[in-house]
Ligand binder design. Structure first.
Ligand code: ZN
Length: 139
């Protein structure tokens, strides 16, 4: 059993920018020639999330629209009073979606559906460089 930890850096535009990192995660399984195990993908920071989606243009518009209804960006948030920030909505969205996913792999392939990709969603209100920790456990 091996444990390998790697770091990815992803540039985002903020404001619900969705970045597909599936190929980068799969390439790490390939790099270490792992056959079976699981990979945890974790975004460092409290205004972004890791999730999965069918990465196509429609859903990339639907997702921000849904979030604008659930946790509107223009609303008053106590967090903004705490620090003089304007990103209370981004923190709440990150908490709702969570900061990591664990995905199994078998025969060296991520067990994702054909139309299921691993994504980073950046909820902050400005462009960011996101640090993603990818930890592989397997053999
Ligand atoms: Zn904040």
């Amino acid at each position: 059993m091996k444990i390998k930890t790697e770091k990815l850096t992803v540039s985002t535009k903020g404001n619900c920018d969705v970045v597909n990192i599936t190929e980068s995660v799969q390439s790490l399984i390939d790099k270490y020639e792992l056959h079976e195990g699981n990979v945890t993908v974790f975004v460092v920071g409290s205004t972004a999330s890791i999730s999965t989606i069918e990465y196509e243009p429609g859903l990339r518009k639907d997702l921000p629209q849904l979030l604008e209804k659930l946790i509107p960006s223009g609303q008053k948030y106590f967090h903004n009073d705490t620090w003089g920030d304007h990103n209370g909505h981004a923190h709440l969205r990150s908490t709702l979606f969570g900061c990591s996913q664990t995905i199994p792999f078998i025969k060296g392939d991520l067990m994702l559906g054909t139309w299921q990709q691993i994504i980073v969603i950046d909820f902050d209100e400005r462009p960011r460089e996101r640090k993603i920790i990818v930890q592989l456990v397997g053999e």
